[in-house]
Design a protein around this ligand. Structure first.
Ligand SMILES: [Fe+2]
Length: 187
């Protein structure tokens, strides 16, 4: 169905039924030139197989300050405070084991300055969370730790806030991940 820009019913609502800002074009579901369908990702969520969703949910509430938004016998959904869910925890098969293929880590870009990031480091250690490493990515610092099932998460403190500059630096340094010695802060 073709849209008519002069038809008020074609303005304001996106093909995926989001309400648009006044000057925002609707999602180009199909590129007119190539006829290919293109996704326009606006938000993301992650779903993980875990041994025990309730045990893991308690950890995600405690360590990441998430809130449970829905739960069933085999699953728990958690939010960082806005969305219906940012992370879903799904009960894995009884015999499931973690393998070398799959999720490497889930990066959480956190607000605040470097000292706040160091305080998160201190918080993880205080709670007995396994911290894997701290690294310098040239566009920010990464603090890697694991959940109860060994899934790796990252608190990312961004130091290059201009996205175009960030892309340039990542390419220039070859997606750098250098050891970064930093002391945690407590309180
Ligand atoms: Fe990352």
């Amino acid at each position: 169905m073709s849209s008519n820009p002069h038809n008020p019913h074609d303005l304001g609502i996106d093909p995926d039924e989001r309400t648009l800002d006044q000057h925002e074009p609707p999602t180009p579901l199909i590129d007119e030139g190539t006829r290919t369908v293109r996704p326009r990702v606006v938000r993301t969520h992650l779903s993980l197989f875990v041994r025990d969703p309730e045990v893991s949910a308690t950890w995600y509430q405690d360590v990441l300050d998430m809130e449970v938004t829905a739960r069933g016998p085999q699953w728990v959904f958690l939010s960082f405070g806005k969305k219906h869910h940012d992370i879903a925890l799904i009960r894995a098969e009884e015999a499931a084991t973690a393998g070398g293929i799959g999720l490497q880590h889930y990066g959480l870009e956190v607000a605040g300055d470097l000292d706040n990031w160091r305080r998160l480091y201190g918080m993880l250690l205080t709670k007995g969370v396994h911290v894997v490493k701290t690294t310098d990515h040239k566009v920010g610092f990464g603090l890697y730790f694991t959940d109860p099932d060994g899934n790796r998460l990252e608190f990312f403190h961004e130091t290059v806030t201009d996205d175009e500059e960030g892309k340039r630096i990542l390419g220039l340094y070859g997606a750098p991940s250098e050891p970064f010695e930093v002391e945690p802060l407590y309180g």
